[in-house]
Write a protein that binds this ligand. Structure first.
Ligand SMILES: Nc1ncnc2c1ncn2[C@@H]1O[C@H](COP(=O)(O)OP(=O)(O)OP(=O)(O)O)[C@@H](O)[C@H]1O
Length: 333
């Protein structure tokens, strides 16, 4: 069976694959470029991502996942099929067993849709696991002890907050406020204040390079290019990082509230453990400048960014693949 088990982090923003015994073998944006006339996929992953906002009329760069769940089944299936072929785990005679992650609060219908899509794209046995749990394992937390661990996984589409103990989720919350919402907040702020339209990619770059949500902040300035809404012509503005604070305020406050709600529902013994061990931040949103500082201040417990926040779920699937035979919730194709 060596090499036939594969862990997939099917994210709204990025798709990672981990093959048992080999480690992370694929890390690509969850984007497909489609010919809008024939419906045929023209490019997948990084190549398609480069096209976002830059395609001619007859090609559209689409994200098949939204808010952590499948938004377009056919597109997700062809994206998964493409990547499984690329990492060379599909063969006519032997299909791989697949462990795939999903947000904490999705419905059974959404779970079924993920399983069926993965099966159609080439998986044999499909195992579903909650993303927050896998992220905690990938961040190096020992969730199997009778002791509380807390993780806040801020992805592209969802933020999953969970307290875990003895291998299970004790209390959790999943909200649809995460990296994509931050990008949208920045886009709307610049549109409203400067009457400037910017692209999706530019908004994301601003978030990564300028944004800060910590009380101490960061002071950077950057030239932003876009299209003037009044004249319709290209325009450049100088943008100050401190302005983004306001743009992200509501979304960041939603994440803080979700974490507080989970802590409020946590049994006191486990709360005491969390004070000792701290909270771990995973997912790409953990890299939002100052989010650890802000959460430490708001939650009154130490908050740490995991070592490789963007890889935690994929690393976690790798660890869980070792125990795939013992896992519950298995569905046979
Ligand atoms: N340095 C950074 N600063 C802020 N945000 C970042 C940074 N690097 C990546 N991100 C954001 O992280 C998000 C992607 O994170 P991740 O890959 O963990 O999400 P995902 O697993 O695809 O999404 P989900 O779990 O919601 O389905 C994107 O919104 C991206 O813009």
């Amino acid at each position: 069976m060596f090499g036939r088990d594969i862990g997939i982090d099917l994210g709204t923003a990025n798709l990672l694959m981990h093959i048992k015994g080999q480690g992370i073998v694929l890390n690509e944006p969850s984007v497909v470029a489609v010919d809008s006339i024939t419906g045929k996929a023209m490019a997948v992953g990084e190549e398609a991502f480069q096209m976002v906002g830059r395609t001619p009329d007859d090609i559209v760069a689409l994200r098949p996942m939204r808010d952590g769940v499948i938004a377009d089944f056919d597109l997700t299936e062809s994206m998964l099929r493409h990547f499984l072929m690329r990492v060379n785990v599909r063969s006519t005679f032997k299909k791989p067993r697949i462990l795939i992650c999903c947000p904490t609060d999705i419905t059974s219908v959404e779970q079924k849709a993920i399983r069926e899509t993965v099966e159609k794209s080439g998986g044999k046995d499909v195992y579903l696991e909650k993303e927050a749990k896998v992220a905690a394992i990938g961040a190096g937390m020992d969730i199997f002890q009778p002791s509380g661990c807390m993780v806040v996984d801020i992805g592209g589409g969802t933020t999953d907050v969970a307290v875990l103990s003895m291998g299970g989720i004790v209390t959790s919350r999943s909200i649809k406020t995460a990296g994509d919402q931050f990008d949208s907040d920045i886009y709307h702020y610049i549109k409203r204040k400067y009457k400037l339209l910017i692209g999706e990619r530019t908004a994301e770059d601003i978030k990564k390079e300028l944004a800060s949500v910590s009380p101490s902040g960061r002071k950077e300035e950057k030239e932003i290019r876009g299209r003037d809404m009044v004249s319709g012509l290209p325009r450049t503005i100088s943008f100050d990082s401190q302005e983004i604070d306001q743009a992200l305020q509501e979304s960041v406050s939603n994440i803080v509230q979700a974490a507080k709600l989970v802590l409020e529902k946590t049994p006191p013994e486990l709360s005491a453990d969390i004070i000792d061990k701290g909270v771990f931040l995973t997912g790409g949103g953990a890299l939002l400048h100052g989010i650890d500082e802000l959460l430490t201040e708001e939650l009154k417990v130490p908050v740490f960014i995991a070592e490789e926040p963007l890889h935690c779920v994929a690393i976690g699937t790798g660890i869980m693949l070792e125990n795939l035979d013992k896992m519950s919730g298995k569905v046979r194709a």
